[in-house]
Design a protein around this ligand. Structure first.
Ligand SMILES: Nc1ncnc2c1ncn2[C@@H]1O[C@H](COP(=O)(O)OP(=O)(O)OP(=O)(O)O)[C@@H](O)[C@H]1O
Length: 241
C-alpha cells in the first residue's frame, strides 16, 4: 500500500483579530486513527481545511508537514460536514465522481460493493434530494472510501446516523481504512474511544492528548475500559464546556 505518513501541525490560528487556537503542536500518527474533539467553534473543521490547503476565514501562522516531506492534499480524501453530493447526479454517479473528475474510468465493481456495504444498493438511481440525511451521509462515506487514499480526513462522518447504523459504519470505516492516516473530527466521546488510536482535545490554549485504554481499536461497545474512558472524557468535556 502507498505510504500513509505522520502529519504534524504546529502553529496558531487567528480569526477576526482574535486568537482561535494555539500555539498547538499536534501529531497525526502514521497509519492510525486520531480523533479530534473540542467545543463547538474551537476550530476542528478549520484544522482539516488547513491540512488540505483549503481557504479558511482566518490566518494560520505555522507549518503543516508530512514526515516524508511530500505534499499532503493530493493524497488525502476529505469527507466534509455537509455531504457535498451533487444534486443533479444519482447516488451511483456521486460515489464515482472522483474518478470521473480525474478523467479516469471508475472501478464500478468497487463502487457497487461499497454502496452495498453502506446499505444503499436499493437506492442507487436516486438523486440526493430523494435520500434521507443518514442515507446521504452513507453515500458521502462510500464516495470517500472509494478514493482509496492513504490520508483520510473525516468531519463528523457518522453524525446523522441512527445508533445501530452508526456502529455498523464505524466498523466498516475501521476495516477499510486500516493502515491509513485518519483524522476524525467528532463530538462523540464514545465514538472517539471506540475508534481512536489517539484522542486529541483542541482548546484555545492547545491540543492535548487524552489517555486511552491500552487495547487496540476498534473497541467493542461493551469493553469495560473503553466505557470508563468515555465516561471520564465526557465528564472532562462537560467541565470544559
Ligand atoms: N466564513 C467564516 N467567516 C468568519 N468566521 C468563520 C467562518 N467560518 C468559520 N468561522 C469561525 O471559525 C471558527 C472555527 O470554525 P470551525 O468550523 O473550524 O469550528 P469547529 O470546531 O469545527 O465547530 P463545530 O464543532 O461547531 O463544527 C468559528 O468560531 C467560526 O466563528
Amino acid at each position: 500500500m502507498i505510504y500513509a505518513p505522520t502529519i504534524t501541525l504546529q502553529g496558531r490560528y487567528d480569526v477576526d483579530d482574535h486568537r482561535l487556537f494555539g500555539p498547538i503542536d499536534m501529531s497525526i500518527s502514521a497509519g492510525q486513527w486520531t480523533c479530534l474533539l473540542g467545543r463547538s467553534g474551537v476550530g476542528k473543521s478549520t484544522i482539516l481545511r488547513l491540512i488540505l490547503g483549503l481557504e479558511t476565514a482566518g490566518d494560520f501562522i505555522g507549518e503543516i508537514v508530512a514526515d516524508d516531506g511530500q505534499p499532503i492534499a493530493k493524497r488525502a480524501s476529505y469527507m466534509a460536514q455537509s455531504d457535498l453530493l451533487l444534486p443533479w447526479l444519482n447516488l451511483h454517479e456521486n460515489v464515482v465522481i472522483g474518478s470521473r473528475l480525474r478523467g479516469a474510468e471508475p472501478d464500478f465493481d468497487q463502487a457497487n460493493a461499497l454502496i452495498d456495504r453502506v446499505g444503499l444498493s436499493d437506492h442507487i438511481k436516486k438523486k440526493p434530494g430523494a435520500l434521507s440525511g443518514g442515507m446521504r451521509q452513507r453515500a458521502a462515506l462510500a464516495r470517500t472510501l472509494m478514493e482509496n487514499r492513504p490520508i483520510v480526513l473525516l468531519d463528523e462522518p457518522f453524525s446523522a446516523l441512527d445508533a445501530g447504523t452508526r456502529a455498523d459504519m464505524q466498523d466498516l470505516a475501521a476495516e477499510l481504512l486500516a493502515g491509513r492516516t485518519v483524522l476524525l473530527v467528532t463530538h462523540d466521546p464514545a465514538e472517539a474511544c471506540r475508534l481512536g488510536h489517539q484522542i486529541t482535545l483542541l482548546s484555545e490554549d492547545g491540543a492535548n492528548a487524552w489517555d486511552l485504554p491500552n487495547t487496540m481499536p476498534i473497541r467493542q461497545p461493551d469493553d469495560p475500559e473503553m466505557l470508563r474512558s468515555q465516561a471520564s472524557l465526557l465528564a472532562h468535556l462537560r467541565v470544559g464546556a
